[in-house]
Design a protein around this ligand. Structure first.
Ligand SMILES: Cc1cc2nc3c(=O)[nH]c(=O)nc-3n(C[C@H](O)[C@H](O)[C@H](O)COP(=O)(O)O)c2cc1C
Length: 332
């Protein structure tokens, strides 16, 4: 593992070497093998709790991750949906997390309030991901340990206000007292350096990491990312107020066609956006069906390489950017 370069409130809070977080990716994309690779490279990764075939299958993932990290702590992603029963299902998983070496949870989606005290009681840190400073401030008031502020460039859910990461990175550290992580469109070390310079405590990435060697998704999907120029994504489900940035593929276009007809019943969309199609597409490389989270940072994805090599590249680039700032300061 590369020596520590930047020490921040996030590296201290999570006990990690580098201020680099890799967000939870579903369905079952960020699995034990990938998360362990992130942790072993000195960052923090999150196994998505949702979408496993059974509770036992989720436990197997936790066990495997613990084994592959040699006991180093790792994270789990709790996506809180607005559907009835979502919070209860997540609450039932908390005892498993504490038992299997999870030290932090990335919450996202709807309000995490009912999860905070039970997670805290289990000795688990809560990092809430929100698509805007306003929502991050609410999470701070609720008592989370840190926030991830994600800009509209992101793969996944950019929120309904669609605020860019450059604005959020400059604003969030000024407005928020607890540690702040910046996400959305990040895939280089110069962005890490810039985020830290603006007062953030870490960055979080999703899309850029999809080419990691340790990820099981089909090589054709990784090749598509390597060839990307960052213009391949579209935002779907705006009509449902569930904005979602995904790859512009036939599945996404079918969703947009329903929206153009003004259809607001969720049921009309449920097959098109089903995680089962997406999971099958990640396995086979055939992406005709399903929707695939895909951010503008696909431009930075490049060739397939191990997570540790990606981190090395990022850290070299961050140091180069920091050196450039020093050179530009005539008085230093
Ligand atoms: C393939 C993929 C799947 C994702 N799935 C989830 C998820 O299940 N839960 C979640 O909270 N965020 C999910 N995200 C969002 C990421 O955790 C992260 O917030 C986002 O990717 C950051 O923006 P970036 O893609 O520009 O790096 C996903 C992102 C990608 C690319």
């Amino acid at each position: 593992m590369r020596e520590a370069i930047f020490q921040t409130r996030i590296t201290d809070l999570l006990g990690i070497r580098h201020p680099i977080l890799c967000g939870g990716m579903g369905p079952r994309v960020s699995d034990a093998r990938y998360v362990a690779a992130v942790v072993n490279a000195g960052g923090m990764g999150f196994i998505v709790a949702a979408g496993h075939e059974s509770r036992d299958a989720f436990v197997d993932q936790l066990r495997l991750c613990r084994k592959l990290t040699g006991g180093k702590p790792f994270g789990v992603n709790f996506y809180v949906s607005r559907r009835p029963g979502s919070v209860e299902a997540l609450l039932a998983l908390i005892p498993l997390l504490a038992e299997h070496g999870v030290n932090c949870v990335e919450t996202a989606g709807a309000n995490p309030e009912d999860l905070i005290q039970p997670l805290r009681d289990a000795g688990i840190r809560i990092i809430h991901k929100a698509p805007g400073v306003r929502y991050a401030l609410t999470a701070q008031r609720m008592g989370v340990d840190a926030v991830i502020v994600v800009g509209y460039e992101c793969g996944g859910h950019p929120g309904t206000k669609l605020i860019g990461s450059m604005v959020q990175a400059a604003h969030a550290p000024q407005a928020i007292d607890i540690p702040v992580v910046i996400a959305g469109g990040i895939g280089t070390g110069r962005q890490l350096s810039a985020a830290l310079a603006m007062g953030a405590d870490a960055i979080l990435m999703g899309t850029r990491m999809l080419v990691a060697e340790e990820l099981w998704i089909h090589p054709d999907h990784k090749a598509r990312l390597a060839a990307a120029d960052g213009t391949e994504s579209v935002i779907i489900k705006t009509l449902l107020r569930d904005h979602h940035r995904v790859l512009d593929n036939p599945g996404a276009r079918a969703v947009l066609a329903l929206e153009a007809e003004g259809i607001t019943e969720y049921e009309a969309y449920s097959d098109l956006i089903s995680g089962a199609h997406t999971y099958a597409g990640y396995r086979s490389g055939n992406i005709e069906k399903g929707t695939y989270d895909w951010g503008q940072s696909a431009i930075f994805a490049g060739e397939t390489m191990p997570v540790a090599a990606i981190f090395d590249e990022l850290l070299d680039d961050a140091v180069a950017a920091t050196d450039r700032m020093r050179e530009l300061c005539a008085w230093m």
